[in-house]
Design a protein around this ligand. Structure first.
Ligand code: NAP
Length: 306
């Protein structure tokens, strides 16, 4: 039996990291690019390049546009959270009944929006701690080893094709509590990233604002419990400070987005946390204040506030 094709929607940092590793393992991969202009730019490059431990390799992965007519049985959505819903809508007509859709987006909210849009597909949420960035168009640098948790919130066991990920050296495991994982990562992000933007600092410099970070952690823990995620609240405070010291020299992803004039994923991180708190009647004044300050900051930079 022929292996199922991995369709990768979004050839940015993470999409390229997954696509090149799958192709390297000999698996069939197709990139889905937004239009003919991007397809021409990709063709001119001759493939997708992965830089890992100083070694560069280019993989001539076949690519197509959203409008191609090849049916899709397995789709990896690697767009930003704010692009995911629209991007999936553009290929919804190509999805085979019961198709698997892996959603790599950070934060929460976009995954549920996509799932509601394609009720006949099986949506699998992924929480990734791997790190990658683009050094050029269609060229990705594997910058941080990490792990990928997959789950659909229903099944306790993962699909057989997870063996393909392991063979492709994509570290992953299935979890019965993917929402807990995503909530935990969202809380870590909310406690660290907005403050690095507001104070214009590296992660480690938040040690100087430990009281404020600690108060945010207390509030986030209450919100997590109110949202039915008590496990994600356990030890949050300690983990936030562990991350701050382990990544002291790094600039957070949100800091980098703002510094490079790119739209942030605020609505799916801090925005989602504030809305969830309000929905559950859990007061979160510090989170609300931090969000308002961040929005004001983004607007002064001419960046979208959502
Ligand atoms: P990225 O580098 O900006 O890549 C996003 C890609 O999506 C871009 O290549 C973009 O195309 C493409 N795209 C957007 N809309 C599209 C559409 N309608 N059709 C086709 N392609 C479309 O983003 P990223 O850093 O990989 O992040 C993706 C998600 O993973 C985010 O939610 C992020 O938070 C999460 N994440 C990233 C990392 C990381 O290290 N990068 C780690 C963990 C989680 P163009 O190139 O044409 O603009």
């Amino acid at each position: 039996m022929k292996p199922t094709v991995w369709h990768i929607l979004g050839a940015g940092s993470l999409g390229s990291l997954w696509a090149t590793r799958l192709a390297r393992a000999g698996l069939p991969v197709r990139l889905i690019l937004r239009d003919e202009v991007r397809l021409a730019a990709y063709t001119a490059k001759g493939g997708l390049t992965l830089s890992e431990r100083g070694q560069r390799h280019t993989f001539a992965i076949p690519a197509q546009t959203l409008n191609a007519d090849e049916p899709i049985e397995r789709l990896l959505v690697a767009c930003k959270a704010y692009d995911a819903e629209r991007a999936v809508a553009s290929v919804a007509g190509r999805l085979s009944p019961g198709a698997d859709i892996l959603l790599l987006q950070n934060g929460l909210g976009s995954q549920q929006a996509v799932a509601a849009q394609v009720p006949d597909a099986r949506c699998i949420f992924v929480s990734s701690t791997e790190g990658a960035f683009r050094d050029q168009d269609f060229s990705v640098v594997f910058a941080g080893q990490g792990f990928n948790w997959l789950g659909d919130g229903q099944q306790l066991d993962g699909p057989d094709w997870m063996a393909e990920l392991i063979n492709a050296a994509i570290p992953c495991e299935w979890t019965g509590d993917i929402l807990g994982r995503l909530w935990r990562k969202l809380a870590l992000n909310c406690a660290i990233n907005p403050l690095t933007v507001l104070y214009g600092c590296r992660n480690g410099e938040l040690q100087a604002h430990a009281a404020e970070v600690g108060a945010l952690c207390d509030e986030l823990s209450r919100v997590l419990r109110a949202c039915g995620q008590p496990d994600a609240a356990t030890g949050l405070h300690e983990e936030v400070f562990r991350v701050i010291s382990a990544t002291a020299a790094n600039y957070s992803s949100m800091y980098q987005d703002v510094a490079q004039g790119r739209r942030t994923e605020i609505s799916y991180l801090l925005g989602y946390a504030c809305q969830a708190a309000a929905r559950h009647g859990c007061p979160a004044p510090l989170l609300d204040q931090t969000r308002a300050k961040l929005i004001a900051h983004l607007l002064t930079k001419g960046l979208p506030d959502n």
